[in-house]
Ligand binder design. Structure first.
Ligand SMILES: [Zn+2]
Length: 274
């Protein structure tokens, strides 16, 4: 059976405590379909005993906790090396302290990892990066960010658009290519034609299109799905999102389809098998 992974990004959202409802609800949804996942957690959100309890519960259920930076800054891959290192090290220490398990994986905010980012991960002995989202829509995302004057650079440097779709050992000088590095890149899954398949755009398209996106995603060499913890709670969004019940129904349907078609593992396990 083909391998795949479910990943959950825990982002800072104004007014939302992810440990209150969002992450526990996702743990319940994953438990109901008996699927293990990888949580990419923003370190600064881990700020009290409840966060620690939820994360230890996640690890006890077989999920992986990995790093999504400490403060989720925009333009991550373009920050200077010292700032990136501080983000990595503070998050890793915070998460390891909360879960008791070392952090071996990273996903950059807005998929924006640069050459320096992956060099820093390799120096620190990380097993993998999962920041690549190799989609041809990346230039549109970057243009939209400029248009709305958002301080982000979605999808990072343009070369990531052509990255391999299956997990690969990176070329340390050009991590969007396969090479001889120890670090493994585990790209976020896209469809045929490299259209994005993560939860937010998928929730916005009509049901038949969504089913086609899911089939296209499942057809990839090692499908990795990304949802956000705040997808399962009512939060104000900058665009019109379907009601929370519809989003949860979509996620459950997607998890069931992935469970039936794939051998779902943590991203660390995908990287270890590379
Ligand atoms: Zn994020």
């Amino acid at each position: 059976m083909k391998r795949g992974a479910i990943t959950v990004d825990v982002d800072p959202v104004p007014g939302l405590d992810p440990w209150d409802t969002a992450v526990p609800r996702i743990l319940d949804l994953l438990g109901a379909v008996d699927v293990r996942a990888t949580f990419f957690v923003t370190g600064s959100l881990v700020d009290g005993p409840r966060a620690g309890r939820v994360l230890r519960d996640a690890v006890a259920r077989g999920h992986e906790v990995a790093s999504h930076s400490h403060t989720h800054p925009g333009g991550f891959g373009a920050l200077d090396a010292a700032r990136q290192a501080e983000e990595l090290d503070t998050a890793a220490a915070t998460l390891a302290d909360a879960t008791g398990a070392p952090v071996v994986g990273f996903r950059a905010p807005a998929w924006d990892a640069g050459v320096v980012t992956l060099q820093l991960l390799a120096e620190r002995g990380y097993r993998y990066d999962s920041s690549a989202c190799p989609t041809w829509l990346a230039p549109l995302g970057r243009a939209a960010a400029r248009w709305f004057r958002r301080p982000v650079r979605p999808f990072g440097p343009a070369a990531w658009q052509r990255a391999p779709l299956a997990p690969y050992h990176v070329d340390p000088d050009a991590p969007w290519r396969a090479g001889g590095g120890a670090l493994v890149e585990v790209p976020v899954g896209v469809t045929w034609g490299r259209l994005p398949a993560w939860s937010t755009p998928t929730a916005l398209v009509p049901g038949p299109v969504r089913a086609a996106v899911r089939r296209g995603w499942l057809a990839g060499p090692a499908p990795v799905w990304l949802l956000h913890a705040h997808d399962v709670v009512d939060v104000p969004r900058p665009w019109s999102m379907p009601p929370v019940d519809a989003r949860v129904a979509m996620i459950v349907a997607w998890l069931r389809a992935a469970r039936d078609a794939l051998a779902l593992q943590t991203v660390r396990e995908l990287a270890d098998a590379c």
